[in-house]
Design a protein around this ligand. Structure first.
Ligand code: ADP
Length: 604
């Protein structure tokens, strides 16, 4: 499969063409074209192209738009024929996009809506998407998000300790450089001949932007960038970590407004703020000639990175692999050495000759640790474009439905009552009081509650969900069924024949009713979502939960399609506990749908 990848920034456009198929290793992928445009002006721009020995020539394109439109002709000149798909790098996917996503009007709208989270980056990425959709209207185009890899970060890593209503507005840590961190982790495992799932790895991406990422068992569990790409390490022009108290102080004492403060922290801080140059080569050169500002900047840079290594080793309970990448990580032997200095206590020891003689040609990823050191230290070029191509190839090869994202909600124990039951429990003709509306249209939780009684014990204060049904149904978890002392079967809602009896009590009396079940997990689905995901009513799918901190796939999840349904998967509290979900989460369909066998009395 031939994939064209775009990485559009605000003032440059990088693109590449790769031949690779789903399931192939990174080594097997062929990079067949590499190009970039930058320094746009009224007379044109610089155009670099070529893989091994890139050449630079002036080109007549004055804007990114013009340059993007020129790509088909440039590829044709290079003898590159048919393209099968296009992949675009998108900086921010919020908490919504956890995998490569095909670009349609709907998904583009959803990405557009995330612009407030990444006002500097997403608009530039999307500008290229819009042009590419005009130039290649018939090609499938995919978005691959910098944030996606980190959506597995547990809540303890992704949550800021700030007021609840701020968090409700999406204020949380997302992390960036995800495609790069994922690539170097896979590359390191390949080179070491080990399974990524067996490794605790820290990736240090040190370029103009810089971030550290803790990857345990192939899963990102923490990363140093936060809600925006400003948090964490010292960068070319970004401050990295600062006390948020700085904002108020600078505003009061220096009279700067919010936009000026953000601009200063984004564009005039980091190496630039400390030394007047954002380029580590300059800074190292000046430091070597006695410039004390440059010397301090190097100390701060290395110290901050070293602190993150210590923190992430602690977060993972140890460290097996440390990987350096990005312009500084790849090229600065002295910075690698400074960062690792003093980490011998945790098994990080460099071989100084190997560190000095790093050769990264032909996608090499040399090891630079000392003989016998506990932690393998590797250097590798990052290859975000290759990783984007790989994500696109595997997403395109997935059967329809796979990868579709499903919100997950936890159903605590509850009952659905019939008319006769309400009469018995609350008095003849009693009307339940509608309380909180549920997300399934027309459904609500009643203000009233009931109690359940079994031979072992009782459960009080159990919710009643309306509207009334033809038959009473009592849904509990397996743990609840033990608390009650009644063996409840796993059933689909409504399949109540030969279910156990249980006693219910309310203010007006008691009722013995059958209908006690453990509800089998299911997805309510609106017909338009089912159409989009390629599933139908009665299908059974596997759903892998995301961002829970526990990697868990629920198999045999029943899809229930109905008009007006709010698309959402329901699991019970035992399942939620196993997955580490509280209240709400999200998952992805991870296996093709199969037609459902009769499920009426299948044990779980
Ligand atoms: P970006 O994040 O924009 O892709 P790069 O990954 O190319 O940036 O990294 C750019 C940084 O790498 C700059 O600070 C540059 O000075 C630094 N760099 C490149 N080569 C060297 C080198 N030989 N020694 C030290 N720093 C280097």
């Amino acid at each position: 499969m031939r994939i064209l990848v775009f990485n559009a920034g605000s003032s440059s456009l990088k693109f590449g063409v790769f031949d690779l198929n789903a399931g192939e290793t990174l080594d097997q992928a062929k990079h067949i074209f590499k190009g970039s445009f930058d320094r746009f002006g009224p007379k044109g721009c610089d155009y670099r192209h070529g893989i091994d020995k890139p050449v630079m020539e002036p080109a007549p394109y004055c804007t990114l738009d013009e340059a993007t439109r020129a790509v088909p002709a440039l590829l044709e000149q290079a003898g590159i024929g048919t393209i099968d798909a296009i992949g675009h790098r998108i900086a921010h996917g919020g908490d919504r996009f956890s995998a490569a996503t095909q670009l349609t009007d709907t998904t583009l709208g959803a990405i557009d809506a995330l612009t407030p989270l990444a006002p500097l980056h997403n608009p530039a990425n999307l500008a290229a998407v819009h042009v590419a959709r005009q130039v290649w209207p018939d090609l499938p185009q995919w978005a691959v998000f910098d944030t996606a890899f980190h959506l597995t970060n547990p809540a303890r890593a992704s949550t800021y300790a700030v007021p609840k209503d701020w968090r409700a507005q999406g204020l949380r840590r997302y992390g960036f450089h995800g495609t790069s961190h994922k690539y170097v982790a896979h590359r390191a495992a390949e080179v070491l001949g080990q399974q990524l799932r067996d490794l605790r790895l820290i990736s240090l991406h040190l370029g103009n932007g810089a971030s550290a990422c803790a990857i345990a068992g192939g899963i990102s569990i923490d990363s140093s960038m936060g809600m925006t790409p400003m948090e964490g390490l010292v960068m070319g022009t970004r401050s990295g970590d600062v006390d948020p108290g700085v904002f108020g102080y600078v505003q009061r004492e220096l009279g700067l407004d919010v936009a000026q403060i953000e601009d200063a922290l984004n564009r005039h801080s980091g190496l630039l703020g400390l030394t007047g140059s954002s380029d580590m080569r300059d800074v190292e050169e000046r430091a070597a000639h006695g410039d004390t500002d440059a010397q301090l900047a190097i100390h701060i840079y290395a110290y901050r990175a070293r602190k993150y290594i210590g923190a992430y080793a602690a977060a993972m309970g140890g460290l097996d692999v440390l990987v350096f990448t990005g312009g500084i990580g790849e090229n600065s032997a002295s910075m690698r050495r400074r960062i690792c200095e003093g980490l011998g206590f945790m098994g990080v020891l460099l071989d100084h000759d190997r560190n000095m003689n790093v050769d990264l040609s032909a996608r090499a990823a040399p090891q630079i640790q000392a003989y016998g050191a506990r932690v393998n230290v590797l250097v590798t070029e990052t290859a975000e474009q290759l990783m984007i191509a790989r994500e696109v190839a595997s997403a395109a090869a997935r059967p329809k439905g796979q990868g579709a994202r499903i919100p997950v909600a936890v159903s605590a124990r509850h009952v659905h009552l019939c008319r006769k039951a309400v009469d018995a429990l609350f008095g003849k003709g009693y009307e339940l009081t509608q309380g909180k509306p549920l997300r399934q249209q027309g459904h609500w939780a009643a203000v009233e509650r009931v109690a359940l009684h079994g031979p072992k014990g009782s459960l009080h204060n159990v919710a009643i969900l309306g509207p009334l049904r033809a038959r009473t149904q009592i849904e509990v978890s397996r743990t609840d069924s033990f608390a009650l002392g009644i063996d409840a079967p796993v059933r689909q809602s409504g399949k109540l024949d030969e279910t156990p009896q249980i006693r219910l009590s309310g203010p007006a009396g008691t009722l013995d009713s059958d209908g006690l079940i453990i509800a089998s997990r299911h997805i309510h689905m609106a017909p338009q979502d089912a159409g989009r995901m390629g599933v139908q009513d009665g299908d059974m799918v596997n759903v892998t939960l995301e961002a829970t901190g526990r990697d868990l796939t629920f198999t045999r999840v029943l899809v229930r399609v109905s008009e007006n349904a709010f698309t959402e998967m329901h699991i019970d509290t035992d399942e939620a506990n196993a997955a580490g979900i509280q209240g709400e989460g999200a998952g992805q369909i991870s296996a093709a749908a199969t037609v459902m066998p009769d499920m009426t009395s299948r044990p779980d």
